[in-house]
Design a protein around this ligand. Structure first.
Ligand code: HAM
Length: 424
């Protein structure tokens, strides 16, 4: 038997989980301020949800999905991302009929991609994402970006770069597509086989190719921004205008095309510029996907969102040397001397916990000295020392670990006394 974790996955041990909780709290706080509500969709979906939603020609669908047949012969896929699943749910639950529009949702959960693992790239990772469905207004594009930036600010990240682009509407994309085909076709044999396949199917994907990134035709490729029609141009300008007015700095990069097919109009990524962040510097990616609801059989509905992984956020925290204060104090440690005291401590421990204190004791039969040592290691604020003799008198010793001060108190006054000491 191989007692080993699968490649590209990780155990998040209790000490590290504290940082996760800290981040999740920030996320909850900020999504509440922005009024995004949580949605939980299944970990797996019918394969075609992603094949059609994310796009047949994308790396995700072609190379990275964990697809399997279940016992009923259905093809299912562990979700590689959240947007297609959320849109599936939006259509299935007829959220377009809900009185409050846009419907603003967030999710936080594991995603799966069969990628080559490296720093910041896992096969199972946790994405936080938001989707706003039902609003075709540049102000919501700005809101979505602002929310991402606010979460990063709330955890203290500073070395960030927001890069945005517009992929235009269908008409603009069509014109750009023709220009791309004309540009690459004469020399397409110099490109990798993936790009050769992409030429007719989805030439925009060529711009995203990792293998051919340095080919000279890449730099001279027609820019989408030159093919935006008036409406797309106006929309993009308004998004930029709102970002300016929110004082969110950004760079416009016409080569930013994103790795998923459903995007149009606004597309953006947030990068970490922190030294030592590693080769993959993208923290967050998102954009507008106005055709996706329709693709899934719903009414024509605009949508925009983003996602980032908690793993990369944590990597960015480490690169910026940000150490959250996640220490959790122990209120009370009960040390006992003698069997009667130990028996008594079982009920006392439960009572203290039910009174709202965090409380711990020894379960390994250690001597009093070792118990006190372990109280120290756990950074207990107070230690109750219970001895058989004191118990008979209905008394206990309380030690304040910070000052070393010790006092004898009556057991029936214990909860009140503890409260006072802990608040002092
Ligand atoms: P994506 O660019 O494929 O977009 O992924 C978004 C983010 O997920 C990345 O920026 C990164 O933080 C994280 N991520 C992706 N793959 C991995 C991995 N293998 N290991 C660790 N983290 C990873 C989407 O998924 C879109 N659904 C985003 C979106 C939402 N667009 C609109 N709404």
């Amino acid at each position: 038997m191989k007692v080993q974790i699968p490649r590209g996955t990780q155990d998040i041990l209790p000490e590290a989980v504290k940082t996760w909780h800290w981040i999740e709290e920030k996320i909850k706080e900020i999504t509440k301020q922005y009024r995004y509500e949580e949605i939980r969709t299944p970990i797996f979906e019918h394969t075609e949800i992603f094949a059609r939603g994310v796009g047949d020609t994308t790396d995700i669908v072609q190379k990275e999905m964990y697809t399997f047949e279940d016992r009923g012969g259905r093809s299912l896929t562990l979700r590689p991302e959240g947007t297609a699943a959320v849109v599936r749910s939006y259509v299935e639950n007829k959220m377009y009929g809900w009185p409050n529009q846009p419907v603003k949702l967030y999710y936080l959960g594991p995603m799966f991609r069969y990628e080559r693992p490296q720093q910041g790239r896992f096969r199972q990772f946790v994405q936080f994402g938001i989707e706003a469905l039902g609003a075709n207004n540049p102000a919501i594009d700005a809101e979505v970006i602002a929310l991402a930036m606010d979460i990063y600010a709330s955890v203290g990240l500073k070395n960030l770069e927001l890069v945005i682009n517009s992929l235009g509407d269908l008409e603009s994309r069509k014109a750009h597509r023709e220009a791309l085909i004309d540009h690459f076709k004469p020399r397409i044999n110099e490109f990798c086989s993936d790009c050769q396949n992409r030429l007719e199917k989805n030439p925009l994907r060529i711009l995203d190719c990792k293998k051919d990134r340095d080919h000279e035709l890449m730099k001279s490729a027609p820019s989408i921004l030159d093919y935006l029609n008036e409406e797309s141009k106006r929309y993009f300008e308004k998004v930029c205008y709102y970002l300016d007015s929110l004082k969110i700095p950004y760079t416009i990069d016409p080569t930013l095309v994103r790795g998923l097919d459903y995007y149009n109009h606004t597309a953006f990524e947030i990068f970490s510029n922190a030294e030592g962040f590693g080769a993959i510097t993208t923290l967050c990616g998102g954009g507008r996907y106005d055709g996706l609801v329709e693709e899934f059989g719903g009414p024509s509905t605009p949508g925009i969102g983003f996602a980032f992984s908690i793993e990369r956020l944590i990597a960015a925290l480490e690169a910026e040397n940000i150490k959250p204060d996640v220490h959790e104090d122990l209120d009370v440690y009960i040390a006992t001397i003698g069997e009667k005291a130990e028996d008594y401590s079982v009920g006392l421990l439960k009572q203290l916990r039910n009174d709202g204190f965090s409380a711990e004791r020894d379960y390994t039969g250690r001597k009093i000295k070792a118990q006190l040592k372990s109280a120290d290691r756990l950074q207990a604020k107070l230690v109750i020392v219970l001895g058989d003799d004191e118990l008979e008198k209905g008394m206990a010793q309380i030690k304040q670990m910070k000052t070393g001060e010790q006092m004898e108190i009556s057991l029936d006054k214990l909860p009140q006394q503890l409260k006072e000491l802990l608040q002092a």
